[in-house]
Design a protein around this ligand. Structure first.
Ligand code: NAD
Ligand code: DAU
Length: 355
């Protein structure tokens, strides 16, 4: 049994769906169903006898401990987090609560469980901490991509909270020998991503003829990874990763934000032309920059490629075509997640006087 936290979110749901398709092993999913978690993301497996869901908070130590006792998992894959940088700027405290305190609560309960396992089970056990490349800070245009030994220099409340969690995970391995592994991954995109993030926001707005907000000069660079490739990397880490190690995961697809937006617009022009035949790119609007906006992230994936034989398989243009297709075919999902609370966030974030 694999125990997943945050499986109703964007990446966690992809991981659960792929796992149930490709492995025989059951999955237990603990998710609090915050604004970012949706039961509908796992609708295809809700009747699968190997899928189990519990609604609950990772900070609830007693709940987590009782689930470990009951289900006796051989591994934990920890996705649950507050994940949106802009929300961390608008309200940092929730990021400390969930990302730092939540991870520490999991580590405490996991250690108590792991210490009671027999020698063979304890040796095989893994706690995989799904983290981000943002903990490394920002690169200049000519800087070498992040390696696993790049210093932690988090710049946003989000990345600071993820860095904090990573340090606790590291400490639980160093001090208590818990077999932890941390992965630091670049920007994901694909089906079921909440439309507060750049790519689904652009698709959502473009389909409605609404402005496409590009922060600052649009020249910030991210390394884009199709979400299913992230999940295949996590399976490789789970199967062959070394306890105590960290692995960088990237898409080999560095791109400036404005170029990403242009590719999404061109893909929409082809798949769902505007009613007036005008290119979607006409909707682009340069808006006030994100505070403390990191200029560039880039991943050196030499370690995971060499040690685990993993490489991304979906090229950016193909991944974007699949993503746009999914949003066009899943209008009901989009409707269900863009509730009043979503519109409130969009209003707060994109109104002229935002912080
Ligand atoms: P998401 O925001 O889409 O999903 C987060 C999930 O966690 C939701 O289902 C939510 O309900 C759940 N959750 C939040 N707080 C919880 C709590 N206290 N208890 C239980 N469940 C809770 O996030 P995502 O984009 O799928 O990211 C998943 C993980 O991957 C995060 O840890 C994130 O930091 C990391 N990550 C994301 C990206 C990316 O590009 N999206 C890249 C690298 C790493
Ligand atoms: O690098 C990995 C990280 O990628 C993950 O750890 C985070 O959970 C995930 O949210 C993502 O963070 P970013 O801040 O890079 O993603 P986002 O989609 O919010 O923004 C991508 C880039 O686009 C970033 O430079 C900000 C810019 N942007 C974003 C939005 C929402 C815009 O220009 N306009 C926008 O409206």
């Amino acid at each position: 049994m694999i125990f997943v936290t945050g499986g109703c979110g964007f990446i966690g749901s992809c991981f659960v769906l792929d796992w149930l398709e490709q492995a025989d092993e059951p999955v237990l999913n603990l998710d609090a169903l915050t604004y970012a978690g949706h039961l509908g993301n796992l609708a295809p497996v809700e009747r699968n006898a190997r899928y189990h869901f519990v609604r609950g908070d990772i900070r609830d130590r007693a709940l987590f401990a009782s689930l470990l006792e009951k289900w006796q998992p051989r591994a934990i894959v920890h996705f649950a987090a507050e994940s949106h940088v802009d929300r961390s700027i608008a309200g940092p405290a929730a990021f400390v609560d969930t990302n730092v305190n939540g991870t520490v609560a999991l580590l405490e309960a996991t250690l108590a469980y792991w210490q009671k396992l027999g020698a063979a089970q304890a040796a095989a056990f893994r706690f995989v901490n799904v983290s981000t490349d943002e903990v490394f800070g920002s690169l200049g245009p000519g800087d070498a991509p992040f390696t696993e030994s790049h210093p932690y220099q988090p710049n946003s409340p989000y990345s600071a909270s993820k860095a904090g969690a990573d340090h606790f995970v590291r400490a639980w391995h160093h001090t208590f020998d818990l077999p932890t592994i941390t992965t630091n991954c670049s920007n994901n995109y694909g089906p079921r991503q909440f439309p507060e993030k750049l790519i689904p926001l652009v698709i959502h707005n473009a389909l409605r003829g609404e402005p496409l907000p590009v922060y600052g000069d649009g020249q910030q660079v991210r390394d884009w990874l199709y979400v299913a490739d992230h999940c295949s990397a996590l399976r490789a880490v789970l199967a062959q990763g070394k306890p105590g190690a960290t692995y960088n995961i990237g898409g080999r697809a560095e791109m400036a934000n404005i170029d990403v937006v242009r590719i999404v617009c061109a893909t929409l022009d082809e798949m769902r032309p505007s009613p007036d035949g005008q290119p979607h790119e006409r909707l682009v609007r340069y808006v006030t920059d994100r505070r403390g906006h990191d200029r560039r992230y880039a991943i050196d994936d030499t370690k995971i490629a060499g040690e685990l034989g993993w490489a991304p398989s979906v090229r950016f243009e193909e991944g974007i075509r699949r993503t746009v297709r999914w949003y066009l075919d899943n209008e009901a999902w989009v409707q269900s997640v863009t509730s009043g609370a979503y519109r409130q966030w969009i209003e707060q974030q994109y109104s002229a006087g935002r912080p």
